[in-house]
Design a protein around this ligand. Structure first.
Ligand SMILES: NC(=O)c1ccc[n+]([C@@H]2O[C@H](COP(=O)([O-])OP(=O)(O)OC[C@H]3O[C@@H](n4cnc5c(N)ncnc54)[C@H](O)[C@@H]3O)[C@@H](O)[C@H]2O)c1
Ligand SMILES: [Zn+2]
Length: 375
């Protein structure tokens, strides 16, 4: 993982994810969307290409994206998918294939994802499978996508029986992150993405955590230079994890901190009440509590995590009305179970974690107890 500065006036950050022949660059900057064509032309011949987006994002950024590509000699076509998690589906995938096949796009034509994690995951899987694989470019426009889903190569769609069940590891050839696109993101989405940023601080980077404690308000005010600094820090942290364990055979699962209970809370509230990050905030507080209950971390560590999430305006308690049996069943249904136990990510100190094997019943008991606590 190398961080270099480009010889331009803006403080562009360029990170390289080192994965042998699948290595790629992440360019992070305020305004980099306008450089998309030039950056892509450094990697492939200007040619036909396809931009996949949705109307919400397209309204703000599609014209600029197309103009940047055309200025560098590309001939882009646009594929628009309706906005929403329910469109991370086989039907959307088919509509992308239909469009590309009708337009006769060949195997060298890049697919560009312009949007949040839904568009990124869907487009990535289309790129992995169209004509057995075409170049894939990520232009993430949510904070969650900029710090998490656009890096690491997990792509896929939802199945009626569950989220993210069908997919492939497929690395992009380039990621272009323009933090100014966050200016139009609804605050609730920004805060939900911030949870993943806080997660990186908790599991890998105490300095980042302290920076967030100090500058939270500036970050929520979308200060561009702070956003560039923080997004780039998160991307290097994620890249380092992915470089060590690309296909989540072991170490990469530290990124699941807060997600075991978070996923259960999302599922038990029908994916309607909480955004993913909001449910993960509850899961992170729970993970800190479980860690403290096992004597792994101090009271102070748990309190700092709770305080920062609360300052961001997030709910931190397990919602009332969820039974311990429901939580146990939902947690056991999550994919991290091995031999009846769950490999649970605990925190030892800010920036330091360890895996513990925990039963779903233990998790459910403590989770419901917390609900009662907070009454
Ligand atoms: N591949 C991975 O490693 C990975 C990791 C985490 C999450 N995910 C996936 O990511 C998805 C969630 O991603 P998300 O949180 O970005 O949600 P999203 O893609 O649904 O975007 C959230 C909302 O913000 C809108 N939006 C996006 N950018 C905008 C902008 N700049 N201005 C205004 N509105 C904008 C979108 O249209 C949408 O309504 C889930 O499907 C999840 O499974 C994947
Ligand atoms: Zn997450």
């Amino acid at each position: 993982m190398a961080a270099t500065k480009l010889p331009v006036s803006r403080p562009t950050e360029v990170l390289t994810v080192e994965l042998g022949e699948r290595s790629y660059s992440i360019v992070i900057d305020a305004g980099s969307l306008d450089d998309l064509g030039t950056l892509l032309a450094e990697r492939c011949q200007p040619q036909r290409c396809a931009v996949v987006t949705n109307p919400t994002v397209g309204k703000h950024y599609l014209d600029r994206t197309l103009a940047a590509l055309q200025a560098a000699g590309f001939t882009p076509l646009t594929v628009e998918i309706p906005d929403g998690e329910q469109f991370k589906s086989f039907a959307s995938l088919t509509s992308i294939y239909d469009r590309l096949l009708t337009a006769k796009l060949d195997r060298s034509a890049p697919l560009i994802a312009l949007g949040g994690g839904v568009i990124g995951d869907l487009t990535g899987f289309a790129a992995a499978t169209y004509l057995r694989g075409v170049p894939f470019v990520q232009v993430p426009t949510t904070l969650l996508a900029q710090v998490d889903s656009s890096v690491g190569g997990k792509t896929g769609v939802n199945h009626p029986l569950g989220k993210n069940l069908i997919g492939a590891f497929y690395q992009p050839s380039l990621v272009v992150i323009d933090v100014t696109t966050l200016s139009t993101l609804p605050r609730r989405e920004l805060v939900a993405g911030l949870v993943e940023v806080i997660k990186y601080g908790v599991i890998l980077d105490a300095e980042l955590f302290a920076l967030l404690e100090r500058d939270l308000e500036r970050l929520l005010g979308r200060d561009e230079s702070l956003l560039t600094q923080i997004v780039s820090r998160c991307c290097s942290l994620k890249a380092a994890v992915v470089q060590r364990d690309e296909r989540e055979q072991d170490y990469r699962s530290i990124l699941n901190f807060g997600h075991t209970l978070g996923h259960a809370v999302e599922a038990l509230t029908d994916y309607k009440r909480y955004l993913h990050g909001e449910a993960v905030a509850i899961g992170m507080v729970f993970a800190a509590r479980l860690s403290r209950a096992r004597g792994l971390c101090s009271d102070e560590t748990e309190k700092r995590i709770v305080r920062l999430l609360e300052r961001a305006g997030l709910a931190v308690d397990v919602p009332h009305g969820l039974s311990s049996a429901d939580i146990a069943a939902a947690v056991a249904g999550d994919k991290k179970v091995s031999g009846g136990k769950i490999k649970f990510v605990c925190v030892e100190d800010l920036g330091r974690t360890r895996f513990e094997l925990v039963t779903s019943q233990e998790i459910a008991r403590l989770a419901v107890h917390r609900g009662a606590d907070s009454e």
